[in-house]
Design a binder for this molecule. Structure first.
Ligand code: GLV
Length: 335
């Protein structure tokens, strides 16, 4: 049997490419940066599968060029770069990599939160640039307490819950907003209380965002809501950049409506170096690396391989995001 063709849009970490190569005819984009859209379209022409990253825009333009395409296996939990509705209509399966990155991403939300609250990045710069001239001063680099503060979690999915569990260890009061409540046992375990968005913004010392990017989530953090926040409060985002209106955030930080922000994601990525947010001392930034641990990235890549393999063996891939597709293109054994 001819091996199905898979186009992989970046070198994947760990063993996953070896696994994929055993069963598929594989081509990999060799560069560090993403392939241009036109290149993906070209490669999709005779591809049975695409293995993608969140930086690849996979939409009807790609699907139109790809008559043989059966599955898009994404290495990320978020898949807002893929037009899933269009894929489903055309019988194309879409998979992602949830679960394995939950704790790693929650760890990083915590790293961001702690860093901005206790001015870790400023302190590091302070030492390195020779500003540390007095050995100890009662008012040197004062931050805000995390222990015992109020945390507002927006989005109580896997990552939101993992963040809540960490917050319990810091004796925090936990508020959360989601369309669906957390399971009661998790509310009991963490003490998290479901409230409306207004309450989250008004009462939290730290607002941490953990929603996927949907139409409703776009610019959910806007001028009006930032104005509700305490002057001493912080906002943390390691979900998706466009959930925050960056212009409004800049205004809020510059004019002191809030105390600081920690961002791993931006409206445009890479964020331009002249993004005014980068000029502010009370902003901690990172280049979209929340799931970036050796262990987790290898596991994510292996999940891509597993989703491909299981699908081509004629079974439902474990991380199918569009189960309605089963009716459009019934599963068949292809390898
Ligand atoms: C990363 O942002 C992901 O969605 O996995």
């Amino acid at each position: 049997m001819l091996k199905p063709k898979v186009y992989v849009t970046r070198e994947l970490p760990g063993r996953s490419l070896e696994i994929i190569k055993e069963y598929f005819d594989v081509e990999v984009w060799p560069e560090y940066g993403p392939p241009p859209k036109q290149h993906i379209i070209e490669k999709a022409k005779d591809a049975d599968a695409l293995a993608t990253l969140l930086t690849d825009k996979i939409d009807s333009e790609v699907f139109d060029a790809a008559p043989k395409l059966k599955i898009v296996a994404q290495m990320a939990v978020g898949f807002d770069n893929i037009d899933v509705k269009e894929a489903t209509k055309r019988g194309i399966y879409v998979t992602n990599t949830p679960g394995v990155l939950t704790e790693t991403t929650a760890d990083f939300a915590w790293a961001l939160l702690m860093a901005v609250a206790r001015r870790v990045v400023e302190a590091d710069k302070y030492v390195r640039t020779g500003q540390w001239k007095v050995s100890w001063h009662p008012s040197m680099l004062l931050g805000r307490d995390v222990y015992g503060a109020t945390l507002g979690i927006i989005g109580a999915g896997r990552i939101g819950v993992a963040v809540a569990r960490r917050a319990k260890g810091f004796n925090m009061k936990i508020l959360y907003y989601d369309v669906l409540p957390m399971p009661p046992e998790i509310e009991n375990e963490t003490g998290a209380k479901r409230v409306d968005l207004e309450t989250i913004f008004k009462e939290s010392d730290f607002v941490s965002i953990h929603v996927p990017l949907t139409e409703e989530a776009y610019h959910m953090v806007n001028e009006e809501r930032l104005k509700l926040m305490k002057k001493t409060a912080f906002i943390i985002n390691n979900a998706r950049g466009p959930v925050i209106d960056e212009k409004a955030l800049y205004k809020a930080l510059k004019e002191g409506w809030i105390a600081g922000a920690a961002l791993d994601v931006f409206e445009q990525e890479p964020t331009p170096v002249d993004n005014p947010l980068l000029k502010l001392e009370n902003v901690v930034v990172a280049p979209h690396i929340s799931s970036a641990s050796h262990e987790t990235r290898s596991k994510m890549a292996e999940m891509v391989a597993e989703n491909l393999l299981v699908f081509f063996q004629g079974k439902t891939p474990p991380n199918l995001v569009n189960p309605e597709v089963l009716k459009v293109r019934p599963l068949t054994k292809l390898i």
